[in-house]
Design a protein around this ligand. Structure first.
Ligand SMILES: *Cc1c(COP(=O)(O)O)cnc(C)c1O
Length: 460
């Protein structure tokens, strides 16, 4: 109830109109966003007055509304600077795409395309012909199919090959692939029945042999991408499993996850990749179906790639789930451009490999330049040896030697510096280790070094 002279009701009345507050906000912000922010700021002021608190003058309302605008901006999909040194950082969008892929996306999406049109026959075609021949030529696989992501690929493979029947997998490979999704859940959703064999740390061939039966649809191996069992452990090799599967007349499925397309990258063998299973190796080890992500070690767009026999791929093409996992034209365009770089031995130009291959000395040199520019600020700076990570579900031990910039702030907590870096116009994501702010420039574009330096200086 209000009555004449009620203090709070007059203060509510004195608050400005939404349009007036919106008019006082920065002009470069779109009118629509200003109105929404103004409405929220006035709503907050009203709530405070109703709760018996003080009113807000125009200057305070403008500040509140500007904070709302900044919050909205941070909730949008924006560019960030990845100073974590984790190359395939799933939270930061895994891998940047090469310029060729961006051009291809533009060509395929600013106008119409032959996405599902056969230009030779002048008739309706299939979107699943794109990239297929390139994948076959690059890997030697008999046939290929592309879906939205690798989790979708695994699901489609199992639904098409093993629905209602048993799939044998080692307990050591029942992994969580991130975002709380687990291989057993995907298997269950596909309608196939999981038969776990062995133990977490040791699984032997005889464990698989004992589990084989009349209802077995497949033997499956899953690359335990983001973790590793060390010490007293044993797993059965892919070649032994494919032999066992074939002797029993069932297919062998290998979910490679990270999808290292070639053992050598533009002709160079990389020691930190020595334990990573390559696609070509998985094929020569006799897998009937192989699945992997397009946006892990392959360095392309988000996609799931399935390689396999013509008969197996045809079953997947006829499965209704394929429609639900349908790959988009922009993905196909970017994937084709990515595969084309491999086909012309230019994969080192893909941003992922380009960053992975930067020599440590070069990173140390760039870190030293930033350290110099921080002279006279309230911190201690050190350059130390460390490791970048392939990350994002590539092998757990794919650690790349790097040089780290370590900043120990004198007057602020490391957490405050991290917060301040995130509040930059282009947010910068770094990490804290041993009470220091740690920056790995391997994942930072060189022309952003000065932005990082300025932001650190401002944060101190
Ligand atoms: C990453 C990964 C997946 C999931 O792939 P997405 O492309 O992220 O869907 C599935 N299996 C393995 C072994 C993986 O490493």
């Amino acid at each position: 109830m209000t009555y004449k002279g009620d203090d709070s009701s007059s203060r509510l009345r004195d608050l400005p109109q939404v349009e007036r507050l919106a008019g006082a906000l920065p002009e470069e912000v779109p009118h629509h966003s200003r109105v929404i922010a103004a409405r929220r700021a006035i709503e907050q002021a009203r709530a405070r007055i109703r709760a018996g608190g003080p009113s807000a003058d125009l200057a305070e309302l403008v500040r509140t509304a500007e904070k709302e605008i900044a919050l909205d901006r941070r909730r949008r999909l924006v560019k960030v600077i990845n100073a974590t040194g984790v190359l395939l950082h799933t939270n930061l969008g895994r891998t940047p795409l090469p310029a060729e892929a961006i051009d291809a996306i533009e060509r395929a999406s600013t106008g119409y395309s032959n996405l599902e049109y056969d230009l030779e026959a002048g008739l309706r075609g299939s979107r699943y012909v794109h990239c297929t021949q390139m994948l076959i030529d690059l890997t030697g696989a008999p046939s290929a199919l592309i879906v939205n992501n690798n989790a979708g690929a695994v699901m489609l493979v199992l639904a098409a090959i093993a629905a209602g029947r048993e799939v044998i997998i080692s307990r050591g490979e029942l992994i969580e692939i991130g975002g709380e999704f687990r291989i057993p859940d995907i298997l269950a959703a596909s309608g196939s029945i999981l038969v776990e064999v062995g133990t977490t740390n040791r699984t032997h061939l005889k464990d698989y042999e004992r589990a084989l039966g009349a209802n077995t649809a497949a033997i499956m191996k899953v690359h335990p991408s983001n973790y590793r069992v060390v010490g007293f452990s044993a797993e059965v090799s892919a070649s032994a499993l494919s032999e066992l599967a074939h002797a029993n007349g069932v297919p062998f499925i290998h979910d490679l996850g990270s999808g290292l397309l070639r053992r050598r990258v533009s002709g160079t063998e990389l020691p930190w990749l020595s334990e990573e299973p390559a696609v070509e190796t998985a094929i020569s080890n006799g897998a009937d179906v192989i699945t992997f992500s397009g946006d892990k070690l392959m360095g392309g767009p988000q996609s799931g790639i399935i390689l396999g026999s013509g008969a197996a791929i045809d079953r997947m093409k006829r499965h209704p789930l394929l429609r639900a996992l349908r790959v988009d034209k922009m993905t196909l365009a970017a994937l084709e451009a990515t595969l084309n770089l491999y086909a012309s031995d230019r994969e080192h130009e893909l941003p992922f490999w380009r960053m992975a291959l930067i020599p440590v000395e070069e990173i140390a040199h760039r870190a030293a330049a930033i350290a110099d520019s921080l002279g006279g600020t309230a911190c201690k700076v050190e350059i130390t040896d460390g490791h970048s990570a392939a990350g994002g579900g590539a092998g757990a031990n794919t650690l790349i030697p790097t040089s780290l910039l370590e900043v120990s702030p004198r007057d602020r907590k490391p957490e405050e510096v991290i917060r301040s870096l995130l509040d930059e116009p282009i947010p910068i994501v770094a990490r804290i280790e041993n009470d220091r702010v740690v920056v790995d420039l391997r994942t930072v574009e060189e022309d952003q070094d000065s932005t990082v330096a300025d932001a650190i200086r401002a944060a101190l």
